[in-house]
Design a protein around this ligand. Structure first.
Ligand code: TXA
Ligand code: MG
Length: 326
């Protein structure tokens, strides 16, 4: 099942001719389309069932391709790109004239990133174009971290799924808005932490998790069908699981490895070694909860260092989303 040069060439030529190709990245799988082709973007939005007011990230082979996409590259952006690209960091910059409204949802800014995945980088190099790639799930579903997740969600609506194996990071990229370089804004947490960014930038980061800045971060996006509850500590995890069981629910638990045993009767869905493992496995485990017909998932997040903050953020959204849906 190894990917060959032919597969890479086919992916690149499909993208150049307006096709939809699911691409592995280090974070989650993306659904790729030529970011300068209105028809390809229309197909992309239709396949995802995504509202038109949600902008998409343009994926590039390297920093040298920024030219056609952004109006200018502020010094702060240059520094972050030099340190983290290719990598799980998306920069929101002022857009160049000519970037389609379908990419930016009509904003003055555009989101760009260089993903750290060899197959996809090779596809991007050969295609030689910017690739719009939202996560390769239908609108409102958990992001896919394997090719099988993509197939289950999008099936025949994709021309090709490039199988690069399970994603190494497992949660979506960190997003920083540098449209005002003097006031960098953190729009989404990811594997590149706020602390690391602040150290590199030398200024504090404002946090803005509001839906207006980065639409698409609605709580329900991260929620499985099962209700998700966040536990404060191991005792709270056990108490919540027991309450669910007493109410007759099928209960699963997610927790760091050192959190103790799952209470009798609850399924230990995941016991994660550290925050990195938690991030890598999180979405697959939430999908598994649904496949197993669980009705309640009680999760104890990892400590908030490194990617732990992003895991906490996604679990908090999953919990809020499941409370507001049904
Ligand atoms: O890790 C990732 O970033 C993955 C992989 C495939 O690269 N992509 C991803 O794309 O998560 P998506 O479309 O699911 O999420 C993109 C987020 C959305 O919340 C969107 O609102 C925000 O980026 N975004 C895109 N362009 C923006 C802009 N110009 N200003 C503010 N937010 C923007
Ligand atoms: Mg998404």
């Amino acid at each position: 099942m190894a990917i060959t040069q032919d597969d890479i060439e086919r992916a690149a030529s499909l993208l150049r001719s307006g096709g939809l190709v699911a691409l592995p990245t280090e974070t989650v799988y993306g659904l790729g389309a030529d970011a300068s082709d209105p028809a390809a973007l229309a197909r992309l939005y239709a396949a995802k069932g995504r509202p038109a007011d949600h902008p998409v990230i343009v994926h590039l082979a390297g920093v040298e391709q920024l030219g056609g996409w952004v109006a200018e590259v502020p010094d702060a952006a240059r520094r972050l790109a030099a340190r983290w690209w290719p990598g799980p960091l998306t920069l929101v910059l002022r857009r160049a004239p000519g970037v389609l409204d379908a990419v930016t949802a009509g904003r003055d800014s555009v989101a760009v990133r260089v993903p750290d995945q060899l197959l996809t980088l090779e596809v991007l190099r050969r295609a030689g174009i910017g690739i719009a790639a939202p996560s390769a799930n239908r609108f409102g579903a958990v992001s896919p971290t394997t090719a099988a997740h993509v197939r289950a969600g999008l099936g025949d609506d994709v021309d090709l799924i490039l199988d690069g194996g399970p994603c190494r990071v497992g949660v979506e990229s960190t997003i920083v808005d540098l449209t005002d370089p003097a006031r960098p804004l953190l729009l989404r947490e990811g594997a590149v932490s706020a602390t690391e960014l602040e150290t590199e930038l030398g200024v504090p980061l404002a946090h803005d998790r509001g839906p207006s800045r980065a639409p698409g971060m609605l709580a329900a996006h991260y929620a499985p069908r099962a209700r998700v509850e966040l536990a404060r500590d191991a005792d709270d995890l056990a108490a919540r699981a027991r309450r669910g069981l007493a109410a007759g629910l099928r209960v699963g638990t997610l927790a760091p490895q050192d959190a103790g045993d799952s209470p009798e009767g609850a399924l230990p869905l995941g016991r994660l070694r550290d925050a990195k493992a938690y991030a890598r496995e999180l979405y697959a485990l939430l999908r598994m909860a649904d496949d197993l017909g669980l009705e309640l998932v009680v999760a104890l997040p990892p400590s908030p260092e490194g990617v732990g903050a992003a895991v906490r953020d996604r679990l908090t959204r999953a919990a809020a989303g499941s409370a507001t849906t049904d």
